[in-house]
Write a protein that binds this ligand. Structure first.
Ligand SMILES: NC(=O)c1ccc[n+]([C@@H]2O[C@H](COP(=O)([O-])OP(=O)(O)OC[C@H]3O[C@@H](n4cnc5c(N)ncnc54)[C@H](OP(=O)(O)O)[C@@H]3O)[C@@H](O)[C@H]2O)c1
Length: 236
């Protein structure tokens, strides 16, 4: 396994925003969509978010359903997937919920320039891996594969999603669209600028159109490694 199967997952407004620009988190997902995301989390080995999302949202990234947690532990897996982040500046708070489960639950890939300092700041909260300048996503994925991560879910934010897309390192996108508009150019979007493989004739494969409560959920295959049935096969 050279790299894990990579699933991008996010919720956006109708006009493609991940959040508004108020500083308070914009709630895009309703209960049905949160449950859908929970099932996806439970089927993965690791979940990655950028340091920007940890600072903005302080997500816990755990599997919420007791049934899904029990199903994982019965299979000898941790109750929730490994939590992974990436940082260039190394500005991470060891009190963030991302680190709540201790060193076995979280992993930080840091720019070489800050790795040693961040290791000292985080103490035992999580291992810090020196992953180059800037952090190399292929190196990160190869390292995760070496740790037994076969399926990686990437939950944002825009900077991280954009890199997985432009580097051609994403196999699948699950895009939930909330029935509201943001309409503020200062707010973060699903993608920032870049050259996307899909712009060079490699059109994504529209694999499914579903709904979760009042949200539309689109599923796209992005690479030749796309596996249409993997979630059903894993019981999700
Ligand atoms: N709607 C959704 O589904 C959803 C999901 C997640 C997040 N969001 C929203 O997205 C926004 C955050 O997005 P964002 O784009 O600002 O942040 P982000 O993608 O979560 O994180 C960006 C940060 O990750 C680090 N990073 C990314 N690539 C790197 C590389 N190659 N090397 C080193 N470090 C790298 C840098 O951290 P440093 O700054 O520490 O150097 C960078 O500033 C928030 O508003 C959040 O609410 C929405």
């Amino acid at each position: 396994m050279d790299r894990p199967y990579v699933v991008l997952s996010c919720a956006v407004s109708i006009d493609g925003y991940l959040d508004d620009a108020t500083g308070d988190r914009l709630v895009l997902s309703g209960p049905a969509d949160l449950d859908r995301v929970d099932a996806l989390r439970a089927a993965c080995d690791a979940i990655l978010v950028g340091a920007g999302t940890i600072r903005a949202d302080d997500p816990s990234l755990v599997v919420r359903s007791a049934v899904r947690r029990a199903r994982r532990t019965a299979l000898g897996r941790p109750a929730s997937p490994l939590r992974v982040t990436v940082t260039g500046r190394g500005d991470l708070d060891p009190a963030a919920r991302f680190f709540a489960a201790g060193p076995s639950g979280a992993l930080v890939y840091a720019d070489s320039a800050v790795a040693a300092r961040l290791r000292a700041v985080l103490g035992g909260a999580a291992p810090v891996i020196d992953a180059g300048t800037p952090v190399s996503f292929p190196l990160l994925l190869a390292d995760l594969a070496g740790r037994g991560v076969a399926r990686l879910m990437v939950e944002g934010g825009g900077a991280v999603l954009t890199q997985f897309l432009t580097l051609g390192l994403a196999d699948e996108l699950r895009l939930a669209i909330a029935p509201l508009f943001v309409g503020d150019p200062a707010a973060p979007r699903l993608v920032t600028a870049g050259n996307f493989p899909q712009n060079a004739g490699h059109r994504a494969v529209l694999a499914d159109i579903g709904r979760a409560g009042d949200m539309a959920v689109l599923r796209y295959g992005l690479s030749g490694r796309f596996e249409p049935d993997w979630l059903a096969e894993s019981g999700g």
